[in-house]
Design a protein around this ligand. Structure first.
Ligand SMILES: [Ca+2]
Length: 737
């Protein structure tokens, strides 16, 4: 990150609302020039101003700005009408002329809609990496560096974020990111109690205390119910309640047939629920296969580990101990990767109509994989290794045979005396809740940061190298791509920053939510093993909140604001984990509570019927308690009936038709914009002189000049295609050399 004391101008985004990253690598220059021209024309048609600048590595940067107030107002108005008709707004929006975006994220969301929504709902229909827009790599807004730094500095000084801080996150990054941070903040605040309580239990009762397990379960139930209410509060405050109803159709949705609705007369694509259900049934073999595949890897590595660390006494033991860890960290991500891609295919095949439904289904599938990889190792230790190890280990004789040649004769006699390592479970829980969290933090925040840095330095180095060879061999004339468009002096810093941002990864809030849910799972499922788990999470999450923000603003492109009124499918996941927790906690306490200092490793003490009874009782008690808590906390919402839906649909249709109709007639009346009248050949000295006069009249503000370099989309297209052509020419001359 450029931390040099940059000029004030570099900190501002030159009033650019969005940047469209357009790649012309590999494509034929003519084709990409045509696509670029179409892109610029579409943008102009919906009333967005564009400027083209060269990017890095065969990329063009199309800067987009909603400079025509009227078009933006119209888009805002339309969006509000849609909201109102879908019941997101309770009041009818004021008329179009006074429609102004109220927050930065609303402005950005509306402009994003203008760029990406299909034409029939008033957008330009530019869909990155999809359909005819294969060369459009990304559509992203620019970071507000000054504010971001301010927030980071401010938050590093305080324990809790205030409501205003959360509002600011929402204003900058949209509601979905806002909800994540609000969740993290609530979770962090709620952890204070179990952290203090767990610490005292750890001092007083040690591990596996009944009272800790009961309080922990109860805490989980209350936290989830509290968060549900919090969500409702926030969605009211951020005016997004019911926003999932306005979500647009997935472009990939393939209807089986077209059907005319008898009541509304609307023609719509239908995909029968029964067909989808048949396809969804494939999830069962998928889940079984995932469990078997991942379980086999984990169990094998586990067996090897136990064997090496507790049975094997031969040479090189200190090094061999690492084999299972290495195997595990190599095989699990590979296997998970394969399974995730299968899950994605499966999800595509299930053919969901809306993005929300699609995301929810995918989250569910990926969670199955996460669940197995995160919790199965501890499950194996707690419920297989410790209770049954002395029964199973004799069957591990296979290892004895394989290893006998490596064991000296004196040692050979010691092999059969196998004792269970009672501390293994606790060590494992500590590993997952402390070490793995720290490793996760490094992998999430620091590694991408360093990777980017090195990649950038390598690029600079390469550039210098090629520059040197070019000038060294052929003189200065062959460095075509560099000279085709020279950055203007006052834009240099700004463009350098935008090129860096264009190079970054895209942020996905789902990954962060998943991380937190999995963490919550360790707490709900296994924390009776080591009551300091909530203390570790409390510390971790203070850092997590800041480092996740750091990740968004430094490692990632600024995300386009997405509205949300919930954390989505993760809420159900939390409920599920808390329920499983009531079972595992009961089982753990029953099995290991007998000795004060942890698992005794005496399987004979465990009676199957008593264990089952304990679990059964605990789980039912859990359900009753949850019901009571829910009844005490939940609000009831009126159910919408089908009849009301159709009525709403009719109103919606009428309104949208009338506003869209008004819009197209507006477009006809609108004075032909200036750029149409300028033919390309007219860009002569005369017009350039005019420009110079214009600039002196408007002042020589670099931000103003940035948007005046190209007059209209035709000129932008011309500049863009000249960059593409010169790059192509450059590579050709290189090839010839
Ligand atoms: Ca995170």
């Amino acid at each position: 990150m450029a931390s040099s004391p940059a000029k004030a101008g570099a900190h501002q985004n030159f009033y650019a609302d969005y940047v469209i990253q357009f790649s012309y690598a590999g494509a034929d220059p003519l084709g990409s020039s045509d696509e670029l021209e179409l892109l610029l024309r579409k943008l102009w048609e919906i009333g967005l101003q564009a400027e083209v600048r060269p990017g890095e590595d065969s990329n063009l940067l199309v800067f987009v700005r909603a400079s025509r107030k009227r078009s933006l107002k119209r888009a805002v108005y339309q969006s509000r009408i849609r909201d109102w008709l879908h019941g997101v707004r309770s009041s009818e929006p004021e008329d179009e002329s006074s429609a102004e975006p109220q927050t930065e994220s609303e402005r950005l969301r509306i402009i994003n809609d203008m760029i990406t929504l299909p034409h029939d709902v008033g957008g330009a229909g530019i869909t990155p990496k999809h359909g005819q827009w294969k060369n459009v790599v990304a559509v992203f807004p620019l970071h507000d560096e000054v504010k971001n730094k301010e927030y980071l500095a401010d938050w590093s000084k305080k324990t809790f974020l205030s409501e205003e801080d959360l509002d600011q996150i929402r204003d900058k990054f949209g509601e979905s990111v806002g909800f994540y941070f609000a969740f993290l903040q609530s979770y962090f605040r709620f952890l204070l109690f179990p952290a203090a309580f767990g610490f005292s239990c750890w001092l007083l009762f040690g591990s596996f205390s009944t009272i800790y397990a009961v309080v922990n379960c109860l805490w989980g139930v209350i936290f989830i119910e509290y968060w549900k209410r919090q969500e409702e509060d926030l969605s009211c405050r951020w005016q997004t309640k019911g926003v999932s109803a306005v979500r647009h159709k997935r472009r990939e949705f393939k209807p089986e047939r077209e059907v005319q609705d008898q009541i509304t007369g609307e023609t719509r694509g239908v995909f029968p629920a029964t067909t989808r259900l048949q396809r969804q049934l494939l999830q069962v073999p998928f889940a079984l296969f995932s469990a078997v595949a991942l379980g086999a890897i984990i169990a094998t590595c586990f067996a090897i580990e136990i064997f090496i660390s507790e049975i094997y006494t031969g040479p090189l033991k200190t090094y061999l101990v690492f084999i299972p860890t290495i195997l595990l960290s190599a095989l699990i991500p590979t296997m998970s990767g394969v399974l995730v891609s299968v899950a994605t295919r499966l999800n595509d095949y299930e053919n969901y109509e809306t993005q929300t439904a699609y995301d929810a289904a995918l989250t569910q599938k990926i969670f199955v994989i996460n669940f197995i990889t995160s919790y199965l190792p501890i499950f194996l230790t707690a419920f297989v290794y410790i209770p049954f190890a002395s029964l199973i280990v004799p069957y591990l004789d296979v290892f004895h045979l394989t290893v006998r040649p490596f064991v000296s004769k004196e040692d050979a006699t010691t092999i059969p005396t196998f004792t269970i390592n009672p501390d293994r479970l606790r060590k494992q829980v500590i590993y997952f809740t402390v070490t793995a969290q720290a490793v996760g933090f490094a992998m999430e925040t620091i590694v991408p940061f360093l990777k980017q840095r090195f990649a950038r330095e390598y690029k600079e180095y390469k550039k210098k190298q090629t520059g040197r060879t070019n000038t060294g061999l052929e003189g200065e004339t062959h460095d075509v791509p560099k000279n085709s468009y020279e950055d203007h002096e006052d834009e240099k810093q700004f463009l350098a920053r935008v090129r860096k941002e264009a190079d970054r990864d895209e942020y996905n809030v789902t990954d962060d939510l998943r991380e937190m849910c999995i963490q919550f799972g360790y707490l709900a499922l296994f924390s009776p093993v080591w009551p300091l788990v909530p203390v570790s999470f409390l510390i971790n999450n203070w850092v997590e909140l800041r480092s996740d923000f750091f990740k968004i603003v430094v490692d990632c492109k600024r995300p386009s604001p997405i509205r949300a009124d919930t954390i989505g499918p993760w809420l159900d996941t939390l409920g599920f984990l808390s329920w499983v927790g009531s079972i595992t906690s009961a089982a753990l306490v029953y099995m290991f509570n007998t000795s004060a200092d942890g698992p005794s490793g005496e399987p004979s003490a465990i009676k199957g019927w008593a264990l089952l009874l304990t679990i059964f009782f605990a789980e039912h008690l859990y359900l009753i308690v949850r019901y009571v808590v829910q009844a005490a906390m939940a609000k009831f919402e009126p159910h919408s009936v089908r009849h009301e839906k159709t009525e709403r649909y009719m109103i919606r249709k009428r309104y949208l038709e009338s506003t869209l109709g008004a819009r197209s007639s507006d477009d006809e009346e609108e004075v032909t914009p200036k750029d149409e009248s300028i033919e390309l050949s007219d860009i002569t000295r005369k017009t350039l002189e005019e420009d110079a006069r214009d600039w002196s009249r408007h002042g020589t503000n670099p931000e103003e000049r940035f948007w005046m370099r190209q007059k209209g989309w035709r000129e932008s297209a011309k500049v863009g295609s000249s960059i593409i052509k010169s790059q192509a020419a450059g590579t050709e001359t290189k090839k010839q050399q």
